[in-house]
Design a protein around this ligand. Structure first.
Ligand code: NAD
Ligand code: TYD
Length: 357
């Protein structure tokens, strides 16, 4: 079996569902259920005996020791994190705790467990650390996309905390020989995405007839990947990636934020026309994010060449599926919005100089 951390979050729940559908190997899913963790995401697994959910904190070393001893996983897929840049600007301490101290606790527990495994199991064991392209910092408009050899230049507290965790993972390989792999992925989108992030936020707000808050000029560029394609890449790296290696994952799909928002509006105009007029009328430019990275872009050549991985969705097909998912799952959205999400919205958009909250 495998141990997944953060498996009730956006990518984690997509990964657990995808893993059980494609691989079928049992999963122990450790998640603290912060505001971003949602057990409802795992509803299809309610009666699936291959899935064991454990509510707990990755900083809790005793709990992790016990889970490893009881379940004897052959791999750990580490997704648990604080993941939202704007939240990291408002309050970085949770990011330092979970992303750095939590990864440290998990590495130490994994090392103790791994060092006691029989030799053949030691060779096969993997600690798969799921990270982000944001550790590389911002690219100039004409610069080449990030390769695995790009210098780390994190700019937000979130990116800095993920960079620190990547360094710890690297050190545990070089110093202790723990067989780790790290993947640095670009921006994900798709079903079950918490509506604080750009794409689900815009869909949900447009449907509610609320202003669509584009930070600054909206010409910042991100490289977007459909979440299921990220899940398939993690599966490939876990199956065939080499210990000690890092792999960049991305969709070769650079988009400006404003183009994405317009694209979402056009899809909604087609799928759920608003009698009051085109959704693009709701687009509002608001104060920019401090230290806002201008451009991210991933060179996915290594994982494509070495592991033969390719994304299956284009941005056109992936975004259409995503909008359709949110239209079909209004109850999921309502559930999420009735929680801490509302307080968070008020805090983030207060003082940005318009009426977005
Ligand atoms: P998310 O915020 O949706 O989910 C994070 C999950 O981790 C939640 O279920 C939360 O309850 C859990 N968690 C938080 N703190 C915890 C703790 N101390 N102990 C146990 N569980 C805890 O995040 P996501 O978007 O699904 O991202 C998952 C991982 O992928 C993160 O490591 C993130 O850095 C990375 N990543 C995300 C993206 C993206 O676009 N979302 C892109 C590249 C990499
Ligand atoms: P986000 O989804 O927060 O991901 P990240 O910051 O990790 O890339 O934001 C994606 C882009 O969208 C980023 O450039 C910030 C921008 N953005 C807005 O313009 N308005 C918003 O309300 C949000 C949440 C993000």
């Amino acid at each position: 079996m495998i141990l997944v951390t953060g498996g009730a979050g956006f990518i984690g729940s997509n990964f657990v569902l995808d893993w059980l559908a494609h691989v079928g190997e049992p999963v122990v899913n450790l998640d603290a259920l912060t505001y971003a963790g949602n057990l409802r995401n795992l509803e299809p697994l309610r009666h699936d005996t291959r899935h064991t959910f454990v509510r707990g904190d990755i900083c809790d070393r005793m709990l992790i020791d016990r889970l490893l001893a009881d379940h004897r996983p052959r791999a750990i897929v580490h997704l648990a994190a604080e993941s939202h840049v704007d939240r990291s600007i408002q309050g970085p301490s949770a990011f330092i705790r979970t992303n750095i101290e939590g990864t440290f606790a998990l590495l130490e527990a994994a090392r103790a467990y791994w060092s006691r495994l029989p030799e053949h199991e030691q060779r096969l064991f993997r600690f798969h650390h799921v990270s982000t392209d944001e550790v590389y910092g911002s690219l100039d408009p004409d610069a080449s996309p990030f390769t695995e050899r790009h210098a780390y230049e994190p700019n937000s507290p979130y990116a800095a905390s993920k960079a620190a965790s990547d360094h710890l993972v690297r050190a545990w390989y070089h110093t202790y020989g723990l067989p780790v792999v790290t993947t640095n992925c670009s921006n994900n989108y798709g079903p079950l995405h918490f509506p604080e992030k750009l794409i689900p936020l815009m869909i949900v707000r447009a449907l509610a007839g609320k202003p669509l808050p584009v930070y600054g000029d909206g010409l910042q560029v991100r490289d977007w990947l459909y979440v299921k394609d990220h899940c398939s890449a993690i599966r490939e790296v876990l199956a065939r990636g080499s210990a000690g290696e890092t792999y960049n994952i991305g969709g070769r799909n650079e988009q400006t934020n404003i183009d994405i928002v317009r694209h979402i509006c056009a899809l909604l105009d087609e799928l759920r026309p608003d009698p009051s007029g085109p959704y693009a009328r709701l687009i509002t430019h608001v104060a920019d994010r401090p230290g806002h990275d201008r451009r991210y872009a991933i060179d996915a050549g290594k994982i494509e060449r070495e592991l033969g991985w390719r994304p299956t969705e284009t941005f056109e097909t992936g975004l259409r599926k995503t909008v359709q998912w949110y239209l079909a799952n209004a109850e999921w959205v309502a559930d999420v919005q009735s929680g801490a999400y509302r307080d968070w919205l008020a805090a983030n958009y207060a003082g940005r100089g318009d009426h977005t909250a």
